[in-house]
Design a protein around this ligand. Structure first.
Ligand code: SF4
Ligand code: SF4
Ligand code: SF4
Length: 219
């Protein structure tokens, strides 16, 4: 689903819309509505109307994507702002049988089975630097020993296609619903403050740097 609003557009994958998808994580039902509200409250639509006019071109839109998991079917990596639903897996060692199914289920090979004691039992060790928080290991565990810990959104910024294509840059960590919406508002405020005709969001991001762009939210 690619919905164009006045001055912005949101592409949402099946899982993000609440439709059946076996990989989808738990996307809050009203999140898309809240995202629309965050854009409206930022003043972006009025800004576009004043500075661009009633019929903004494709390039003048602020483009966003929501994805229900790390598979990223709505292509957040090429949007100005992309949100990917995520949950960080955590091992409950007392319940783990050492079967290794979680490691087999991980497409990124982010889980290594290691011996932690003298009893020869193996236990999963997660490389969080490589983990995409996709939840497949959680779904694969027959003992309920791989649990969903913190859940929220991975946030990527500044993707674009066109003459100078760039993939979006991922911010560190996971963001709660409120934090992701606050970030959306701040980003649009920064964009409006520095806006010039023809300026693409990625160009501003490259000029200011990610930290300056989002300063205030992460302090
Ligand atoms: S991004 Fe994930 S949840 Fe969304 S449609 Fe693709 S596989 Fe399903
Ligand atoms: S959440 Fe996904 S990427 Fe991370 S360890 Fe589990 S299966 Fe691998
Ligand atoms: S799938 Fe579950 S029980 Fe099996 S090794 Fe992984 S965490 Fe342990």
């Amino acid at each position: 689903m690619n919905d164009v609003r006045f001055g912005w557009a949101v592409e949402v994958c099946r899982g993000g819309q609440g439709k059946a998808c076996r990989f989808s994580l738990d996307v809050p039902q009203n999140f898309l509505h809240r995202l629309d509200q965050a854009v409206l409250e930022s003043g972006w639509p009025e800004f576009v109307q004043t500075h661009v006019g009633q019929s903004p071109s494709h390039h003048a839109l602020f483009r966003m994507a929501l994805a229900g998991c790390a598979n990223a079917c709505s292509r957040p990596q090429i949007m100005d702002l992309g949100l990917l639903r995520a949950e960080r897996p955590e091992v409950e060692r007392n319940r783990c049988s050492g079967c290794g199914l979680c490691a087999l289920a991980c497409p990124e090979k982010s889980i290594e089975m290691v011996s932690l004691g003298d009893d020869g039992l193996q236990c999963p060790q997660i490389d969080y630097g490589q983990c995409l928080c996709c939840g497949r290991c959680v779904a694969a565990c027959p003992e309920g020993a791989m649990e969903a810990g913190e859940s929220g959104w991975r946030v990527v910024l500044g993707g674009r296609l066109g003459r100078m294509p760039s993939l979006a840059i991922e911010l560190p960590g996971l963001y709660s619903d409120d934090a992701a919406l606050g970030l959306t508002n701040i980003i649009l405020q920064r964009f409006m403050r520095h806006w010039q005709p023809g300026l693409r969001f990625r160009s501003l991001l490259d000029e200011l740097g990610v930290e300056k762009m989002i300063r205030g939210l992460l302090d």
